[in-house]
Design a protein around this ligand. Sequence first.
Ligand code: NAP
Length: 283
Amino acid sequence: MNIKGSTNIVGLIGHPVEHSFSPPMHNAAFEALGMDYAYVAFDVDPSNVKSAIEGARSLNIKGFNVTIPHKIEVMNHLDEIDEVAALIGAVNTIDFKNLKGYNTDGIGAVKAIEEVTPIKGKNVVIAGAGGASRAISFYVAKYGASNLTILNRNVEKAQNLANDVNESGLIDDVKSDSIEEINNCIGDADILIDTTPIGMHPNVDDAPIVGAEDMHEDLVVFDAVYNPNETVLINEAIKAGAKPVYGIKMLLYQGAESFEIWTGKKAPVDVMEKALRKTLNLE
Ligand code: NAP
């Protein structure tokens, strides 16, 4: 990387940030396209979010990714918020051209799934009702799913999210239920999305939310967990002959979308995926 007086800065704010996979992924993209950009991570204390945004603006920083715990707080310091990000209630990307906030997490998941099957017209089941589920649910609705069932351990949280998605008007049919009902839901489902941390390192031997015997061959199974790459749920999907979608693809496409928002250029997805796999020790 050749940092010069003209180099444009983009980056990440969060707390902590040192284990982020985004710097190598974005810097590989800038290098591959010969763009005069550098991506850096900034550890920002929660008490300093406002001053970090103001400072970045003064320093002519071009864009930020935003991670835990700042995704909600940053919304108070922006001029504009993308319509779906406002529905989700969280921002993970800031474009300083117009101080506008976006949420590319959900886009990342739907693009990962759409590598395998279109979402339009599909019956989608999503497990979990936390931050990732919220971002993905609104985008599944926006991408035209025919119906969506949100399952969660805490059923009230699933109900609240289902109500919010219903009220958005993006989709007609949203239901909620206990995660214990999963076996009764996936027989008719086209796409299963798991946003629980079940199977995440170091709990790689957790029992999956559903086993191969209850899946069918036409089911697409996406697990948001990306460490390990092959989670218990992905293994069950492979065993069942279902179509697996790996969590790393969500990371990849959320990054690609942010890149395009900041630069206006098509993201070199292959280069970004290679860098991500290298950082995750997958090759
Ligand atoms: P979160 O807000 O804490 O939500 C976690 C959800 O999982 C809650 O609905 C929780 O249910 C449920 N859950 C937790 N443990 C469970 C268990 N043992 N059994 C059943 N349900 C359980 O977390 P998040 O931010 O949504 O993140 C969730 C996962 O997505 C994490 O593993 C994270 O690494 C992954 N993720 C991946 C990407 C990517 O790019 N691939 C991006 C974001 C997140 P209750 O409400 O009942 O507690």
